[in-house]
Design a protein around this ligand. Sequence first.
Ligand SMILES: Cc1cc2nc3c(=O)[nH]c(=O)nc-3n(C[C@H](O)[C@H](O)[C@H](O)COP(=O)(O)OP(=O)(O)OC[C@H]3O[C@@H](n4cnc5c(N)ncnc54)[C@H](O)[C@@H]3O)c2cc1C
Length: 436
Amino acid sequence: MPHYKIAIVGAGPAGYFTAQALQNAQNEELTFSIDMFERLPTMWGLVRSGVAPDHPKIKSVAKVFEKVAAEPNFRLFGNVEVGRDLDIEEICPRYDAIVMCTGSSVGKKLGIPGEDLTGSLSAAEFVPWYNGHPDFANVEVPLDGETAVVIGAGNVAMDCARILGINPIELDATDTAEHALAALHASKIRTVYIAGRRGPEHAAFTAPELRELPKLEHTNVVIDADAVHAAHERAEAAGEIEKHLASNLEAWRLIAEHPHGGHERTMEFRFLSTPKEIKGVDRVEEVVFGINEIKGGKVVDTGETYSIKTNLVVSAIGYYAEHIKGISFRDGKVENDNGRVLGTNIYTVGWAKRGPSGVIGTNKSDASDVVKLLIEDLDPEPKNGGDITVVIPQAITIIDQAGWSKINAAEIAAGEPLGKPRVKEVEIAKLIALAE
Ligand SMILES: Cc1cc2nc3c(=O)[nH]c(=O)nc-3n(C[C@H](O)[C@H](O)[C@H](O)COP(=O)(O)OP(=O)(O)OC[C@H]3O[C@@H](n4cnc5c(N)ncnc54)[C@H](O)[C@@H]3O)c2cc1C
């Protein structure tokens, strides 16, 4: 009975769903052992470091991941970064196939003057800061001004705006990183603008995210009713309104009509606004926006501008993949053909393959499609390439499944007396100590 060894790089949803698809594909004639490599001592990728702390239900998918990891054919090599601690060239000959599930973690730039001023952050820094990613615990997030500006019209922008715009008491019972929670409690920000280049009808926010906004207990949510009306008219004029758009337009109407609660905090949507420049001497002081209009279905610059005084700008306009030595990248993704890295025994799944799109579940179908191709491509004779452990540098403390389980249990135990799902440890050395 042929037994194949598969390496998965990256312990996010794509990695675990790939392992699950391999486990599900096993039969009397085909079995796998799976080695998963993860650069951090903590697992679950963006389910831990991306998904907003005030959306805890979404994180329950981690239970599925842990079930996959509990199977006897699964081994974890946490705290091992491929391309740094272990080269692709060392992995390839030892496995029948390698699946790169390394995500898309670098924030796209606005490409405007002033973007590098202190106080101008990417969501790729701000989100992992509040979610306790060890690499971002020390990001400087100025919360001393009264106003923040979030640029982008997708769910990541919405998460950033909500975290800045809600009363931090709403985060007390969550797994928000302790350093971020303390900073948010001291925050002076009372108004958060969310700016999108196009109209409300084009925004990539999904309806559930929009529909929760009027329910916020301590924050007024504002969108100009005329802007919503105009968006509706434009959408109607453009032809039949499909279900998803109809649902979003209805959600916008509900937000516009919802009576403001007279709260101290406000989140306000500004559409048809393109950031032109971030002004400031040593730090962000003002963002200048160009005002757009929609003509013939296209976004057109009117030539007029307005500006918002602020010390904090968070841009959430997309991500691209971080380069990994030995892997070829194109257009911000692992260069691939439907998940195959042509001419190699390497495959890719998830955000590394597709770019930053889709929800957690999208990675499940993606994994199952790519695993089918991987199985089609397997040589009749397994490689028997030898053990990987001999090439992992001795100086590296490998976090195996037992070690990660200890970290997980310790964090959950620390959260219990505080009524939180967990208290995240953000120092690598302390995480490693918890695993030992
Ligand atoms: C801010 C934010 C909020 C989101 N909220 C939601 C939500 O509410 N609901 C929803 O359904 N989806 C949400 N998503 C989308 C969801 O998180 C993604 O679809 C999913 O995480 C992508 O999975 P992935 O495994 O491809 O990448 P990731 O989750 O990024 O996992 C990649 C993993 O690879 C590891 N890695 C990277 N490089 C290396 C290397 N060289 N060696 C070893 N390991 C490496 C990383 O550390 C990481 O653990 C959100 C995304 C973001 C950014």
